[in-house]
Write a protein that binds this ligand. Sequence first.
Ligand code: GDP
Ligand code: MG
Length: 439
Amino acid sequence: LADRLQNSIQKIKGKGKVTEADVKEMTREVRLALLEADVNFKVVKDFVKRVKERAVGQEVMQSLTPGQQVIKVVKEELTDLMGGDQSKIAVANRPPTVIMMVGLQGAGKTTTTGKLANHLRKNHNRNPLLVAADVYRPAAINQLETLGTQLNMPVFSKGTEANPVDIANEAIAQAKENHNDYVIIDTAGRLHIDENLMGELKEIHSNVNPDEVFLVVDAMTGQDAVNVAESFNEQLDVSGVVLTKLDGDTRGGAALSIKAVTDKPIKFAGMGEKLDQLEAFHPERMASRILGMGDVLTLIEKAQSEVNEDQAKELEQKMRDASFTLDDFLEQMGQVRNMGPLDELIGMIPGADKMKGLKNANIDEKQLNHIEAIIQSMTKAERNDPSIMNASRKKRIAKGSGRNVSEVNRLLKQFNDMKKMMKQMTNQKGKKGKGGGFK
Ligand code: GDP
Ligand code: MG
């Protein structure tokens, strides 16, 4: 899915002028891509129609960068298609609230049961009871019990001989007695959907009448995930989907189709094996991911509107022959600042939210003011060649800028590091050929 979309996007991205024919071709590709991904044809039809309408409309045609504007439209519509932020969990009028976890074997039901319990306690101050209703494999019961121990939460189990319906009923009775406000039932899965499994799940369902039925789906299984979601939803009236293993390198076409096919919201995303690696599902981020470029697009867009092409070429040349000076640095900084608040920009770098410390790195606006002041206190010669810097020069600069010498030193070091990095980057770029640098 992503490949196809990306191709058509690459085609239209750089266009200074977008004609109706361009839009037609792009939407044709998008349509095929979505159909290939098993998205319901009616959904696709609507989607394409909306994109088309907007793409030939004023917002695109009158913008300065129509090619990019079209992509923005596609992204917004993709986001819409996957629904808004849906991470709410039902609360029963009379506790306990019962959540039933269903899905194929290996999808991540048991792990997600633990994660969800952790989430409910941590973020909602709840006190869940975990229920081991997968009686076919002793290991499955042990697994849940281990999670319960790790979380220091109660687990209801009755071994492998008991009937899952009885287990569920007794667990709910115990929860009432012990004032557990949530009951999360971990059920059995199979490698494939079969009638026995569905029969058992339906029986549990009609007995406990759950407030939520969460379908756990492995995002790595791609389009299979969509078929699985469809059959589970038909039989059990799923209330929400948890998409697991999104930490893997899946592009997430499944996410798009699941919502479109089942019309059930994707509520959470599993981002790893650990118990705290469950996140609310963000359709917007997913749309970026499907488009395959994080928010880099926006970032480039912003950069392009601030740095004109001649400047960019000049800068690249300077990076290449290492004649980049502190004056250039100062100018660059000014441009970056014109783009908008720094943390917002950093937020657009894919994966940046995962790089802890980056947020608190020395990048707040105040620090930038200091850096500017320091550079401005340098002479032209110093800015062109910081290697002439000695102790007395540093002292003078520190005094002139109202900062101290250690800050001057830090800046010089940062500048040096940056130059080194530029050298590496331009070398790499030379090797990989044009367009290699950004990723
Ligand atoms: P179940 O058969 O549906 O109960 O699946 P499990 O909960 O036992 O999970 C199957 C495997 O997937 C285990 O090795 C889990 O650690 C792993 N797993 C579950 N969720 C995630 C996730 O979000 N990311 C990753 N990387 N692994 C996961
Ligand atoms: Mg399990």
